[in-house]
Every structure is written in structure tokens, then in C-alpha cells.
Design a protein around this ligand. Sequence first.
Ligand code: KG4
Ligand code: ZN
Length: 339
Amino acid sequence: MRVLGIESSCDETAVAVYDQARGLLSHRLHSQVALHQAYGGVVPELASRDHVRRLLPLVREALAEARSDKASIDALAYTAGPGLIGALLVGEGFASALGMAWGKPALGIHHLEGHLLAPLLEPKPPAFPFLALLVSGGHTQLVDVAGLGRYQIIGETLDDAAGEAFDKTAKLLGLPYPGGAALASLAASGRSGEFIFPRPMLDRPGLDFSFSGLKTAALVALRGRDLRGAIRADVARGFEEAVVETLVEKCRRALKQTGHQRLVVAGGVGANRRLRERLATVLQGLNAELYFPRIEFCTDNGAMIALAGCLRLAAGMHASIGMSARANWELDAIGNSEP
Ligand code: KG4
Ligand code: ZN
């Protein structure tokens, strides 16, 4: 079974070829960061138009690198949601048209399912069941993963996603969009303890998150200060520590609550080095195993979509063939219609 995966839910156009027996054969990505940077965030219409321009050349490149042609592709998989509706429609339309022309099925994939399966692309993949921490620009969720397509959200953010908080705070610090990685590198030169920001939601039970107050705390800390000195780095450090400690503590609680021995961390914020290090330390103490995708597969990519499509088809899960794109789509609403 060989699947061509297509991701176009936001500001990355990405394509990959995944083979059930041989693994990932190729992946190609075009980032739109430069296109949107002048606007300080993603402009949906520009994103859609750029996906239209980029998809076909990327598919050609990915097929060539995988030494594959249309005859060797068994199916297409595209991100059907959640995301920017125009951007999703480009991917859906493209995959469906190609599928029709090639006589192959085109399968809609949930973007977050792609993220949480991404560690399965690594040489030592996690076995089901596991706990997943999904931390991206749009979502922050703790998911109890019983198996493929069997997801229960047990905690989520009540306001901003972790990545969104990184991006908004980065903006306050004068860093370009998207600011998560830039804020993390600024934080590396900051002093720990200069600014101690609140750890949201740790003072009460439960597994939900809230990050919107943190950017306000950072704003207050910066207000009226001379930003030329070390203060920006110190605030970045304090902010990053607060987010990371909150995420780590909620993971610890969720592992305890579910009894899972494996934690998968996925989504763009999963690229954060401090988060990776802190989780590794804490999970060692709990005798639990930690799984990450490689850094480039933490953020949006086509490989995770091709993989999810391949796993679904191999498991006989065909219900999302020809699915329409949807901007809003809860992760635990998928897979239930499968046999
Ligand atoms: O998963 P992703 O590529 O897109 C969504 O599906 O949202 O995640 C993008 C998010 C952005 O908010 C970005 O700032 C954040 O991931 N991010 C990071 C780092 N690298 C990317 N946040 C913190 N530290 C990083 N190193
Ligand atoms: Zn994503």
C-alpha cells in the first residue's frame, strides 16, 4: 500500500509518499512564512492562492524522489480539517481531482490525527495505547489514544493554544511571525527567575489549560521598561518556563489519571527544546516512555497525512473517502463511523 499525502490546512503546502512496507519514501514542503510575515499573521486568501500555485510542482517532486508514478500510488490522503477553509478546500479539490484522474480513492484526514501519529514515522514508534499531548498553533489538547481513530480528549485549553500564546508573546517582544521558535532562542539567553509568571490552572484539579493570561502578564512586565537591555530575553525565559512547567505538570497528572505508560508529544510546540528536556526528566522519574516526531515533523508536514491515510486504509477504515473539508472538526468525533 502506497499513499500520496497532501497537507494544506494553514501556511504550509506539503506533500509526501508513504509506503506501508518501506516507510516514508519522500516528503516536500513549501513554507508560506515569508508571504505572510509582512502582515504579522496568516492571511487566509493569500494562503489558499499559494497552495494552488505550489501543490502540483511539489507532487511532481515528491513522486520523483520516491521513484513512484501514478500507477504505484494506491490512494491519496488530504487534510480535510480543521484549518482555514479556503486552504483546506484547495487540498481537498486537488486530491479529489487527482484521485479521479488516476482512478484512486482520496481520503480525508483529521489534521490532529496526523500530528498525533507523526511519532510513528520514527525508527522506534510508540505502540497503542498512549497519552498524546497535542500542542500546536491552534490546539492544546491531552488525548487518550486507545488505538487508531479511537481518541478521547481529556484536557484542552479554555482560551489560547500554547503555540498561539508563544506567537502573541513573541509579537510583544518584537519578534517576527510565527514567533514560537524565535522566542525560544531568545529565552535561551535569558535569566531564569528574573520574571516568574503564573502557572495557569495548576492550582486547581483537572487537565484543562489556559494561556491567555500569560501574554497579558508578559505585557505588564514589559510595560514602561527600556527594551534595549536583557529584559526581553528574561521575559521570554520566564514566559517559556511558565508554559513548559504547566504543560509538563498536566502531562504528569494525565499519565497518573489514565495509567498510560507512554506519552506522545506532537504539534509545532513539540519542537520546543525546553519542553522536550523537562518532559524527558519528569517521565524518567515516572518510568514512562516519551515519544516525539523529529523536529521537522512536529510542525505541519505531508508525511503525517500520508502515514495516517496509509494506516487507515490498511485497517479497512474507508469512511472518510471523498470527505468534504471542514474548518471545525473535533478530534474525538472521527473514526466512530468505522466498522
Ligand atoms: O503544528 P503547527 O506547525 O501548526 C498548527 O497546526 O498550528 O504549529 C505551529 C506553532 C506556532 O504557534 C509556532 O510558533 C509554534 O508551533 N512553534 C514553537 C516552536 N516551533 C514552532 N513554539 C515553541 N517553541 C518552538 N521551538
Ligand atoms: Zn498543525
